[in-house]
Design a protein around this ligand. Structure first.
Ligand code: PFF
Length: 453
């Protein structure tokens, strides 16, 4: 069984792969639109606080859980607490990864399709593009197959090497788009929207969105970092690696904000227009650039690659479960999960106009099957998973044992472990709990009574 398990070649290789998982549509597609619908600057401040105070301590917990046990999320918990109910939390993580993969690959398929659309049908509206089942479904299928092929072939030689070259290119291209956007007339209004916090706009749902986005962007709460951590050698320095991943990911999200908002205000568009934001705004910026058509093609190629390094990690979570726990071969696991993800994802792919009943359904302000899936799995489930996993590591496995495991490979001080333990045991679960509570009417009233909302 161990033969099927790989190991990262180096810490740099791990950081690249984990950053590849973290950096994706969440940064470039989701962060700008969630910022836009949640009022701008104040959301960004809350997002950064969530990254620093909740996600950063928590990311070490997932990594150490994986590295200590060399197992998938279910196996990791089973190894530490055999026969306990906590194993269900690992199960939730695996399920969440599968469900996120199912709709994430739909959006990644659009990004991939935009490579060709930019060339062949630049004038076609985004809505018409995604509503067409003969466009959306094949693109979704192609993207899943690409993901399957990479995961079957092993991550180390394919995706790790590619990310090393292509992530820096994505960065340079983003900088070029930012410069173009900032030099448009009226761009400064966008900078102000993005950077000037107006705390009067903060409501409980803004905090929920910020926390969910922080987990989503760092690939936390559903076992990706447990799984990636499980391929780490015992000598790796988890603290430094985890901190780098968080830093790179946050940097790219902020750059995406600078890429979108100045141009958006200059072009007179509505920042709260929702999930279609980048697909509608970016092509207009490209149009205003010299060699814009070429830049568009190149940009969507790189966005697809950033998404691919994320779908790879989403697929890897259930695959590692089947390889470790069910002793399936890697290729059987990969194809099976790929087919299941396709079937679960079909309603999402058809929910952007192709099937009216799927397109018009709504939950907590999220309209269409796809965005309901994003809210339930990409927001709520991550927060619940992260709350339970931080309780598991902080209280059940215990800070002392987790701290000892964390210290392997780095000169982590006792004081660091104490502070980390405090965040893991108290701050992370309590904060997440309060945020989740605020989603429910009765919980919201209770928080108001207590003066917490
Ligand atoms: N972090 C990815 C992004 O920002 O695009 C999304 C994601 C990937 C979430 C992998 C969860 C995950 F396991």
């Amino acid at each position: 069984m161990q033969r099927q398990r790989g190991q990262w070649k180096s810490s740099v290789g791990f950081v690249l792969a984990a950053a590849g998982s973290a950096i994706g549509l969440g940064n470039i597609w989701r962060f700008p639109y969630v910022t836009g619908t949640n009022g701008g600057g104040a959301f960004v401040v809350i997002y950064l606080i969530c990254i620093l105070l909740i996600c950063l301590p928590y990311v070490f917990a997932e990594l150490v859980l994986g590295r200590r046990t060399s197992r998938n999320p279910v196996g990791a918990i089973r190894t530490l607490r055999p026969g306990s109910r906590w194993i269900a939390v690992g199960g939730l993580a695996v399920l969440t990864a599968l469900f996120i993969l199912s709709y994430y690959a739909v959006i990644a398929g659009w990004a991939f399709g935009y490579i060709f659309k930019s060339l062949l049908a630049p004038a076609m509206p985004h809505g018409a593009f995604t509503a067409s089942p003969i466009v959306a479904v094949p693109l979704f299928a192609i993207f899943l197959v690409l993901t399957v092929l990479v995961v079957i072939g092993g991550i180390e030689h394919g995706i790790e090497r590619w990310s090393k070259i292509l992530m820096p290119v994505l960065l340079v291209l983003m900088l070029a788009v930012i410069v173009r956007g900032l030099t448009l007339d009226g761009a400064m209004k966008g900078v102000a929207f993005f950077l000037k916090p107006d705390f009067s706009k903060v409501t409980a749902s803004v905090v929920v969105a910020a926390l969910g986005q922080a987990f989503y962007s760092l690939s936390l709460g559903m076992g990706a970092m447990i799984t990636y951590g499980s391929y780490l050698p015992k000598s790796a320095n988890l603290r430094i690696s985890g901190a780098y991943v968080a830093l790179f990911d946050t940097m790219i999200a902020l750059l995406a904000g600078f890429m979108i908002f100045p141009a958006l205000f200059a072009l007179g568009k509505d920042p709260a227009s929702g999930p279609t934001l980048i697909f509608e705004v970016l092509p207009e910026i490209f149009k205003a650039m010299p060699l814009g058509g070429l830049v568009a093609v190149f940009f969507f190629i790189l966005l697809s690659i950033a998404a691919l390094t994320s779908t790879v990690s989403l697929l890897e979570v259930p695959v590692s479960y089947f390889v470790d726990e069910r002793r399936w071969t890697r290729s059987r696991s990969v194809w099976t999960v790929g087919v299941i993800a396709f079937l679960i994802g079909l309603p999402s792919a058809l929910s952007q106009g192709a099937v009216p009943s799927l397109s018009s359904m709504s939950l907590q302000g999220n309209t269409s099957f796809l965005y309901i899936m994003d809210f339930v799995w990409g927001n709520l489930s991550l927060a619940i998973g992260a709350m339970l996993l931080s309780i598991f590591v902080g209280w059940i496995w215990g800070v002392q044992r987790a701290g000892d495991a964390l210290q392997r490979g780095s000169s982590t001080s006792e004081r660091f472990v104490r502070v980390w333990g405090f965040f893991l045991r108290w701050v992370c679960p309590a904060f997440i709990f309060l945020v989740l509570l605020s989603l429910f009417p009765a919980g919201g009233r209770l928080l108001t009574l207590l003066g917490l909302s």
